[in-house]
Design a protein around this ligand. Sequence first.
Ligand code: WT7
Length: 648
Amino acid sequence: MSQVETYPVPQQIADNAWVDEPKYNKMYQQSIDDPEGFWAEHGKRIHWFKPFTQVKDVHFGADDVHIRWFYDGTTNAAYNCIDQHLPHKKDDTAIIWEPDDPRENARHISFGELHEEVSRLANGLKALGVGKGDRVSIYMPMIPEAATAMLACARIGAVHSVVFGGFSPDSLASRIQDAEAKVVITADEGLRGGRKIPLKQNTDEAVANCPSVQAVVTVKRTGGGIQWHDGRDHWYHEVLEKASSDCPAEEMSAEDPLFILYTSGSTGKPKGVLHTTGGYLVHTSMTHQYVFDYHDGEVFWCTADVGWITGHSYIVYGPLANGATTVIFEGVPNYPNASRHWEVIDKHKVNIYYTAPTAIRALMREGNGPVEKTSRDSLRILGTVGEPINPEAWRWYHEVIGKGKCPIVDTWWQTETGGILITPLPGATPAKPGSATLPFFGVKPVLVDNEGNHLEGATHGNLCIADSWPGQMRTIHGDHERFVQTYFSMYPGRYFTGDGARRDEDGYFWITGRVDDVLNVSGHRMGTAEIESALVLHDKVAEAAVVGYPHDLKGQGIYAYVILNAGEEETEALRKELVDICKKEIGPIAKPDLVQFASGLPKTRSGKIMRRILRKIAEDDYSSLGDTSTLADPGVVDDLIENRQNRS
Ligand code: WT7
């Protein structure tokens, strides 16, 4: 091992884990030497109606990509998450729901109850005209009905598209339109940190521009006042009451779509990432078992929102496919106070806790007091995801939250990858704070330079994956061409992740962040182009350029350079309007932290904005601006530096 501080695997964990170090080495080698044989074996971990005989059919061409796994098998995701557990787990808890307000009662939903509710909703959706292959948008708060809605779609072969409840009506509308959803499932209002979010009202606004939508189904969460559109609107509880609870799971081909999930890219329009059924379930259930060393009877809590891929894979599909008890938490880490997460862990005896570095940093700021009021004795494994974790936060997580006894798994993956790809295994991998460590079974990460040359040994470069894995996205909904262009044209024969990474002398990977124009703000992914498009909608704005800069809490903050139309005044009021327009167009997560009014942007003579320079200025780092002599007007750089917004 290298000199960097290393945390060995606790012996007690290694002794009882699914995988220890020798077993990891052996299984990993097998998975690389004989992928077909490896996946033929592990593909059997899920329930197939008709077993597959074909394991893999993959082609990564520069202009032709297809990816199929287990493709002559048939299965159903909801059957795997529910029905297969009924014979031995009917009364066991599938979902623990913890509400926003700790004074409200938690709910425990058994696999039997989940079966009944999902079946009723599935029949209800059929009655509303939803069939196999149809799309359903889900715009929900963190309530069990969000999972029920996803599983009801899966049960009848409808394709769900969950849209994060923090997105604006406009963002919701564009996602509904792109998916051409027939039905939207929402709630009257969401509750987060004591605040209400008008989900039904937002849905009404969005659906006004979505001709494909025939019905809106609304869960009564708060009972707050809403508008009602007769003929289009239905209460969720009434849909259930009217429907039968007998709904056999539809037999789906392994490669039938399971869901679409929109994510940001480097260009304006969000991409509808499409995941299919068989491979996705194999990958998410397998990573859930091995990466979190999940053992039957344990309580698993992933704090993500179901509106993101982390929620899809590690609140709903992975855990439930394994018959796990999964926690759905409606609230936020600091409401009513900063002990909230730790209290939830004690209350529900959580064994495995999976969260984001941004949450850890925010809670760390509150000091040890709120933590030490609680016991956290049930905790066994800790996880992080979404962005690189700084070693200081890692150590606090390890020492204070886990009392030095819980391994931390720093899991690297993406919406596109469906599940975890680079990660420690708790019983196998000595940890180094800040490193996502080693590849999961079957995953071949490679580092390449900008020309696509493979880099060997300890080095850094662009992170690609050299072959497919079962949970990989299959296409961008409605735009296969863009799929090929975005991920496979830059470095032919490999999947390009958009991330940069370093590999150390032990072969450990250290993710250094995005190398494209994608930001990671509090673990939320956003395209700079989306924010720029929102800013230029303001009629006083001529041009805008957005970059990220290091932010203590959020990981990255949003820095916007804005050029106003001639004669417009640079006022604080206007600055606020610009922040608000991003909130309105995209959602609160897209609000710029700093807005700098600029007289010009650094452009090459051919008119291309030199973002590298803008990033350096936003970072407050003028030492390496590079050669600015090729700029059309080198003077703009001095002007930009002079007027740089103070970050503190
Ligand atoms: C991007 C993907 C799928 C997880 C939630 C985010 C960054 C993710 C890590 C990690 C360093 C990470 C990458 C990646 N990222 N996990 N453990 N260490 N960076 O999914 O919204 O699709 O974003 O998140 O930059 O490309 P996403």
